[in-house]
Structures are given as C-alpha cells and as structure tokens.
Design a protein around this ligand. Structure first.
Ligand code: GDP
Length: 300
C-alpha cells in the first residue's frame, strides 16, 4: 500500500527513519534500546519518565548534528507479524540483534524472515562482545550461511559489533543505521492531512479508548477528525512518549491519541477525514461490509 499520493510529490520533505529492534530473547534488545534512549536523550530531557506508548523519538548526534530516529518498541515479533498481516509497513530499517556468545537462534531466523518479507533493510548488531564466550566471527559465518553476507566480507549487510551493556560501538551502530536510512531517501509531505498506522491500542479506565499512531504522511493535529477501521472520533488530546501534551505530530512521529469512540486495531491504518458525519458514514459502511463478509463466510 502506497503511503504517498501523486499530489504529495511536489511537497516532499525528509522524515526521520522508523527503526525496529528484533532478535532472539535475551540477546539484548531491551538493553540496547535502553542504552540508546538514556544515553542519547539531550540533557534537558534526561530523567523524564517515559510512559511506554510503544515508540520513542531519539535525537542521535551524527557528525555533530542531532538527527532524529524513531524506535518502535513493539513486543517485537507479534506486533511486526500483526502489522505485516494487515499490509502495514511501518518500519524503515530492522536492527537484528544477535548475541555473540550464542549465535543464530529460532527468533533470529524469524526476525530476519519478517524483515525480508516486508522488504525492510537489515542492520545486524552483534551484541555482547564484552563477554568471555563471545565469538563474533562465528556469528558472521552463521549469518553468511543463511544469506546475510557481511559488508566486511563483500556482502551488503552492515554488521556492527557492540556491547549494549557497556555501550561500546553503539554510536557506530547508529551511524551505520543512519547511513542506510540516508540511502533510502525517506520523504513525506508534512503539509497535508495525516495518515498512518495504529501501533498500539487499548482502553484506559479514565481516558477511554487510547491509541498510539505513527504518522506516515501529513501532520496530525488536535481537533482533526480521524477514522481507523470502525473506530472514529475527534482528536481531543495528543501526547508524546513522555506524556507531554503536543498540538501536532508530523511524519514518522509516534503520538498517543485520545478521542476515538472505540479501540482501533494495531496494524490498521488511520486517516483524517473532513467531518464527523463523513467518519461515521465510513465507519458504518465498514461495519456493514464486515457483517456481510461474515454472513457470506458462514453461508460457505
Ligand atoms: P532481550 O530479551 O533481547 O530484550 O534481552 P535483554 O536486553 O533483556 O538482555 C538479556 C540479558 O543479557 C540481560 O541480563 C542483559 O543484562 C544481558 N546483556 C544484554 N546486552 C549485553 C551485553 O552487551 N553484554 C553483556 N555482558 N550482557 C548483556
């Protein structure tokens, strides 16, 4: 599904890359993301309590300039799988973490398969190189044997040896990721009504239906009328990952949204429409179509 329309082509601007960290359990995904988040937040923001909206905006210093990266903190494979099943391609680059003292494991293979199926470029973080049993060469051989040829060996997959625990080479990893992002020439049109994908959704006791959207094109604003699947409503409030109120969110930016009448489905698209009546009509038409599908299926 194309996110950009014909009419966007004259108004494209650079957008930050959206990254997902995947890999086998215990290989260091959480440690890596924690290190990146806590070491890279600019001083004024450090210490702020993040409130897990499922994604983080991280300013990364590259060549002395701060560049923005967005990390999806989905419970990895399930969410990636669910989004893929719904045709959403939210991630621009997959960072596959492989522990240097353990090598390729089943979830490593799964992660690689997900990234390949979605056509998402892979950067490998060979992690835990500080450990006694670490054998990064063996990991590279294993990866080469399943078709991921390391750049250092003349292939096209960048691999960086890191210690997420100590932070060794994490800067190099991020620089590598940003280089890959640059080659992708990621663009969107911030000057239009927003559309994107639901990455998390649930019911909050006091706030009602609450969802994290990642804006993929356009800019989402307070007061916009939104629809996602059969859920619709007017954006009453927007929050960033620190729980701060924001007035708008542009391309690649994750934002928590309040104002929907129902809980949308993770992996579904959302879009802004012109009026509540239009939204209601569209939602009802979808509900009707679903019901008919269901009846047709039951009738065999
Ligand atoms: P996840 O399941 O992939 O998110 O893995 P975690 O980040 O929870 O890490 C699993 C364990 O490995 C934890 O005890 C971490 O402290 C440890 N760990 C992660 N990265 C490193 C590393 O670079 N070096 C060492 N020595 N331990 C690490």
């Amino acid at each position: 599904k194309e996110i950009l329309d014909e009419e966007d082509l004259d108004s494209l601007e650079d957008r930050p890359p959206v990254l997902t960290i995947m890999g086998h359990v215990d290989h260091g995904k959480t440690t890596l993301l924690d290190y990146i988040r806590t070491s890279k937040v600019v001083a004024s923001e450090a210490g702020g309590i993040t409130q897990g909206i499922g994604a983080y905006v991280v300013p990364v210093p590259i060549d002395g300039k701060l560049q923005t990266c967005v990390f999806l903190d989905t419970p990895g494979h399930e969410a990636f799988g669910a989004m893929r099943a719904r045709g959403a391609r939210v991630t621009d680059i997959a960072i596959i973490v492989v522990a240097a003292d353990d090598g390729i494991r089943p979830q490593t293979n799964e992660a690689i398969a997900h990234a390949k199926a979605a056509g998402v470029p892979i950067v490998v973080a060979i992690n835990k190189i500080d450990k006694d049993g670490a054998n990064p060469d063996r990991v590279m051989e294993e990866l080469a044997s399943i078709g991921l040829m390391p750049e250092d060996w003349g292939g096209d997959v960048p691999m960086v040896q890191v210690s997420a625990l100590k932070g060794d080479n994490v800067d190099e990893l991020l620089e590598t990721v940003m280089l890959v992002a640059e080659l992708q020439d990621l663009k969107a049109n911030p000057h239009r009504s927003a559309k994107g994908t639901v990455i998390e959704a649930g019911l909050d006791k006091s706030k009602g239906p609450i969802a994290t959207f990642i804006v993929q094109n356009g800019t989402l604003k307070k007061g916009d009328i939104i629809i996602s699947g059969e859920a619709f409503g007017k954006v009453r409030a927007l929050f960033d990952e620190k729980g701060n109120h924001v007035d708008q969110a542009g391309p690649s930016i994750p934002v928590q949204v309040i104002g929907l009448n129902n809980v949308p489905i993770a992996g579904d698209e959302f879009e802004v429409v012109s009026s509540l009546d239009a939204a209601r009509e569209k939602a009802e038409a979808r509900a009707e179509a679903l019901k008919n599908d269901h009846i047709a299926t039951q009738a065999g």
